[in-house]
Design a protein around this ligand. Structure first.
Ligand SMILES: [Mn+2]
Length: 439
């Protein structure tokens, strides 16, 4: 991505901060076991503001009334470490990549950081970040405090949570972000179609997971954007089932919630289909209910609507369907009043999506009003019905079935675009995709 994208984001963020300094650390490596590490994934906000993909760095943004400045502290080159972990970018290259005003070695941070903090009243920082980092930064401010240093300067005394401030910017995706999300969706679509063609009774869920993630990697994605869920039969009634280690059973459904991350952007698709390629009448009834609700929920989307409003709209359609199937009793209004649908549809209808699959962006503004859909926002629509095998209060034929259908929606100038509509979801399209020759 062009470096001006990142400097423009920093400028926008700086304009939202009045007289303050923002501190945004890079991600750090996490130990997996003994001396091996989990794969490194850059911190989403740090990536959003720099495009720089190494650890051991700190972005400092200063808004000193008229003067705006961005500084990046980076871990200096060290041939011995680099022998093991690979070359780091030089300070000059980091400057070129990110377009920050200054790149300073991390070894100089203790002295230099105070220069940037002095004179500012507000410190913008992720208040829920890593405690070590937070304490270290508080300590820096405390050392500068006029009461302690006996020098008559000002140092930050107001701490403001930075996440919702950046989140306000991240709500709106620019064209480069939309392009990445679309590419991620395209790859995930391919993987879902392949899973429909490949799945068969007796196959382990882990095999389908491996096949899908193989496609992610082969197509240039970094990997899954979140823990892949391959849930056969009753496993689908566990919302975040990630064991993926059981055999797929003839006559049951399999729920797949999987999406890749492409160039730091997520995709998030869920499809539910019959393991043997053919829905039973009971599965068909329940599936059609969720599908109708999902399609109507997408049709209902327009600028000005909110996530919660669309949830309530969809919950009503689900309630009507559940009453029709005799899974709920009484009138629609009574059921809605008591939110009885929650027994079967216990989660939200969707979430923002972007650099994080559940994008860390606010759902309410400063006045506690829900955020309304506007051009450039991306979110999921994912109603579901889950009836555990041991739910003795529900008719037996429905037990052990979990169904969720999820698409990713972009709000456009003229309305909306379903970014994942090419992934089969009608009963007919799914049964055809299940019959297709595996590629
Ligand atoms: Mn989702």
């Amino acid at each position: 991505m062009n470096k001006s994208i990142f400097s423009n984001r920093r400028k926008k963020l700086l304009s939202l901060m009045t007289d303050g300094v923002a501190l945004i650390p890079s991600a750090t490596y996490k130990t997996k076991s003994h001396d091996t590490l989990f794969p490194f994934r850059q911190d989403s906000n740090f990536h959003y503001l720099t495009g720089y993909n190494e650890d051991g760095a700190l972005l400092v943004l200063c808004n000193n009334h008229a003067s705006l400045k961005s500084i990046l502290f980076v871990t200096p080159n060290d041939p011995h470490t680099e022998l093991w972990t690979g070359r780091r970018m030089s300070a000059t290259d980091v400057q070129k990549l990110t377009g920050v005003d200054e790149v300073i070695p991390m070894t100089e941070m203790d002295g230099k950081l105070s220069e940037f903090l002095i004179g500012h009243k507000k410190l913008y920082i992720d208040l829920f970040c890593n405690a070590n980092f937070f304490n270290k930064m508080v300590d820096q401010c405390r050392k500068l405090s006029p009461k302690r240093s006996k020098v008559g300067h000002r140092s930050p005394e107001q701490f403001i949570d930075l996440t919702p401030v950046i989140g306000k910017l991240r709500l709106f995706k620019d064209s480069s972000e939309i392009e990445n999300i679309k590419l991620a969706c395209e790859i995930s679509n391919k993987a879902h179609k392949m899973a429909m063609a490949q799945a068969k009774p007796g196959m382990n869920e882990s095999r389908l997971q491996a096949l899908m993630e193989y496609i992610f990697k082969c197509e240039g994605a970094q990997g899954p954007a979140y823990g892949t869920i391959i849930a056969g039969g009753n496993n689908a009634t566990t919302l975040h089932y990630e064991n993926n280690d059981m055999l797929l059973v003839d006559g049951e459904l399999v729920l797949i919630d999987a999406g890749c991350e492409y160039n730091f952007y997520a995709s998030d698709i869920t499809r539910t289909f019959p393991v043997n390629g053919k829905f039973t009448p009971v599965q068909r009834d329940l599936y059609q209910l969720v599908l109708d609700a999902q399609i109507k929920a997408i049709d209902n989307i327009s600028c000005g609507l909110t996530l919660n409003q669309n949830h309530d709209f969809t919950a009503r359609i689900m309630t009507e369907g559940l009453i029709e199937l005799k899974l709920l009793e009484g009138s629609v209004d009574e059921n809605m009043e008591e939110k009885k649908y929650k027994k079967y549809f216990p989660h939200g209808l969707g979430h923002w999506m972007g650099v994080d699959v559940h994008d860390n962006t606010p759902s309410e503004n400063e006045k506690d009003e829900e955020i309304q859909f506007k051009e450039g926002m991306v979110f999921t629509v994912e109603p579901g019905i889950y009836i555990p095998l041991d739910d003795e209060t529900t008719k037996e034929e429905f037990r052990g079935i979990g169904i969720r259908i999820e698409d990713d929606i972009l709000i456009t100038k003229d309305g909306k675009e379903n970014l994942t509509q090419s992934t089969p979801k009608s009963i007919e399209d799914i049964e055809n995709a299940c019959r297709a020759e595996p590629e």
